[in-house]
Design a protein around this ligand. Structure first.
Ligand code: HEC
Ligand code: HEC
Length: 199
């Protein structure tokens, strides 16, 4: 893994993120509307975004930009999943913004396991995903406390081209199954708590 290359990519992504943000949709997002839509999501992701089933990821407190982009990717077929493709087919772009705003209004708090130092974190990932799995970028997800099955599956999907992304396809391409397992174990061992917004 070439770290300098990845850091350079991180800079590019940040620059790109500002462009997207400044030309974003004009309609205001409504987290209160989003909370109602989240009733469709709660059996799997919880109303607060703390996953209730092992195959679903935690989404509470993730960047709104990331959540919205993934929901649109499922809706348009750029990312495919039997459950999420069906869920997003019935949502409008406004409803997607609203439900993304609801989950993003939470606060994700990560704690490393006892006796584990942040310096031991996978250096190739920390510039974007943080040592503790809290995203450093608007368009990258938190990894803290996701199940190792979920992280493993996503890294293999990037590696095999079933899920595509400029940076992550490049990152995953040279990872062995053992690397993937070790990376998944690092981030899944972190404890995640999700704080609800005060109402
Ligand atoms: C039946 C269970 C189920 C329901 C209901 C469901 N999801 Fe999901 N969701 C999943 C699973 C499983 C995945 C992982 C899919 C994959 O591997 O691509 C996922 C992935 C996602 C992701 C991508 C997260 C990431 O880190 O990349 C988002 C965002 C998401 N769901 C939001 C929602 C929202 C919002 C709703 C309600 C409108 C919803 N989901 C309803 C099971 C569900
Ligand atoms: C330069 C920034 C950057 C670096 C470095 C990076 N990632 Fe990512 N990662 C991203 C972005 C951006 C996404 C969102 C991709 C998308 O939109 O599909 C992502 C997505 C992911 C996902 C999908 C999670 C989900 O919720 O669906 C996993 C797993 C992941 N990265 C793991 C890693 C690991 C492990 C490393 C280190 C080996 C790493 N990443 C390095 C930026 C980065």
């Amino acid at each position: 893994m070439r770290l300098a290359f990845l850091i350079a990519l991180g800079g590019l992504m940040l620059a790109g993120g500002f462009v997207v943000t400044s030309s974003g949709p004009a309609a205001a997002d409504d987290p209160a509307q989003g909370r109602k839509i989240a009733n469709m999501c709660r059996t799997c992701h919880g109303i607060d975004g703390y996953a209730r089933v092992p195959i679903a990821p935690h989404i509470g407190g993730e960047p709104q930009e990331y959540l919205e982009a993934q929901l649109m990717a499922y809706k348009t077929g750029r990312r495919e999943h039997e459950m999420m493709s069906v869920v997003t087919a019935s949502l409008t772009a406004q409803q997607i913004s609203d439900v993304a705003a609801w989950y993003a209004s939470h606060n994700a708090v990560a704690t490393l396991p006892d006796g584990v130092s942040a310096e031991a974190a996978p250096q190739a990932c920390v510039s974007c995903h943080g040592a503790d799995g809290i995203s450093q970028l608007l368009d990258a997800p938190n990894l803290a406390g996701e199940t190792n099955i979920y992280i493993d599956t996503q890294l293999k999907a990037f590696k095999r081209g079933q899920r595509q992304h400029d940076v992550m396809s490049e990152v995953a391409k040279d990872l062995s199954d053992e690397d993937i397992r070790a990376l998944a174990d690092w981030y899944s061992a972190i404890t995640l708590e999700i704080e609800s917004p005060s109402e």
